[in-house]
Write a protein that binds this ligand. Structure first.
Ligand SMILES: NC(=O)c1ccc[n+]([C@@H]2O[C@H](COP(=O)([O-])OP(=O)(O)OC[C@H]3O[C@@H](n4cnc5c(N)ncnc54)[C@H](OP(=O)(O)O)[C@@H]3O)[C@@H](O)[C@H]2O)c1
Length: 342
């Protein structure tokens, strides 16, 4: 039996930001305000609301402060939830120096798409901007969003990359993400800043994610490419919870953790299942390669779990959501890219 399917955006947003008891307890052990940098994207709003709800449940007077340019839309929904918002371009050093003080930081700003052809902007966003943040908030606990792309492709069936594995990033996006990690590690080691490097693989919130990409390809009648034949994904609510709990684990030198679901999912099987649920047929091109972008989820789940939504439930939710015409962001993951071009 799966947890009840979600039918409205209000239900979805509520579920994505519902703090598990572990988050309430973890944040209650930490003092002071929390700043979320780059809060205006796909994950930031629900993560900010989860932090606010957890703090309210604990009876804490913590302020949750969401910082972003808010280029994608109004900050009003966040303010309606009691979150303080600050419009700021984090590449502007003066603006960063004027941001509020707080002991807890979640750093989510980054650039992926559009990297090919404008590599310099991606490097600036993913390495220069974190340096500004580490200098500004050198005395704080910082969770830095990173990506499983820093590992590169690994053999399918090997259990996925582990945190201690040597990174082998492919393409300039992944290289710049490793650059972000190294810059943060440098400041952490130099100044003793507690940092957690949070290597996320494919959050899914029903409005975007690998499963949503596949469902829409099926609806459009497009064949699904099997070359990247396997993937990991995680319910975005679980990823939010893990990121907030990672604050407690931040250390110098940085603590590195993978954040993804425990299942190695087959593109072929998931697409067939989605197609059945959507009453469609699915065609395929190519064949599965013997490598894929996969991460070992065990450490993250052991320290920051348990996860509340299985991949099986997520597939059902996505099928229902897409079937009833639920809103999608139109931001494909391009998970099928094998050469690291984005
Ligand atoms: N979602 C995933 O599955 C996934 C997987 C692996 C890694 N990640 C990484 O995790 C982080 C959060 O994910 P996400 O999906 O929420 O990313 P996202 O949708 O790209 O959101 C990041 C937000 O950061 C803000 N930002 C960018 N440049 C900024 C600047 N100069 N100043 C202030 N704000 C800036 C942008 O919002 P404004 O326009 O409001 O400024 C942007 O929407 C990102 O770094 C992403 O690359 C995500």
């Amino acid at each position: 039996m799966h947890p009840t399917a979600l039918t409205t955006e209000a239900e979805l947003d509520d579920r994505l930001s519902d703090p598990p008891a572990e988050v309430v307890e973890s944040l209650a052990r930490l003092d002071g305000d929390l700043i979320i940098l780059g809060a205006g994207g796909k994950m930031g709003p629900s993560l900010a609301v989860m932090a606010q709800r957890a703090s309210d449940l604990a009876g804490s007077r913590r302020r949750v402060i969401a910082v972003s340019r808010f280029s994608g839309g109004s900050d009003q929904p966040l303010r309606d939830r009691g979150i303080t918002t600050v419009a700021c371009d984090l590449s502007d050093e003066r603006a960063v120096s004027g941001l509020p003080d707080a002991p807890l930081i979640v750093f989510m700003a980054g650039r992926k798409f559009g990297s090919t052809g404008d590599e310099a902007t991606t490097w600036a966003m993913n390495t220069y901007l974190p340096a500004l943040v580490c200098r500004r908030y050198g005395q704080c606990r910082i969770v830095v969003f990173s990506t499983g792309n820093v590992y590169g492709l690994v053999p399918v069936g090997g259990g996925g990359s582990r945190e201690a594995d040597t990174p082998r990033p492919s393409g300039e996006y992944a290289m710049s993400c490793l650059g972000r990690e190294r810059v943060c590690e440098y400041f952490s080691r130099r100044s003793g800043t507690p940092v957690a490097l949070f290597r996320l693989n494919y959050a899914c919130d029903l409005r975007y994610g690998v499963l949503v990409d596949l469902a829409h390809q099926i609806l459009r009648g497009e064949p699904v490419d099997l070359a990247m034949g396997y993937f990991n994904t995680i319910w975005q609510g679980d990823a939010n919870a893990m990121a907030l709990r990672a604050l407690e684990h931040a250390s110098s030198p940085p603590w590195v953790v993978n954040a993804t679901g425990p299942e190695t999912l087959s593109v072929r099987s998931v697409a067939e299942r989605l197609a059945r649920r959507l009453g469609r047929t699915v065609g395929f091109t190519g064949t599965e390669s013997d490598t894929a972008l996969l991460s070992d989820a065990r450490l993250g789940i052991e320290r920051l779990g348990p996860l509340r939504v299985s991949a099986e439930a997520l597939v059902e939710w996505v099928a229902d959501w897409v079937d009833h015409g639920g809103k999608v962001l139109g931001k494909p993951t391009h998970f099928e890219s094998r050469d690291g071009s984005f």
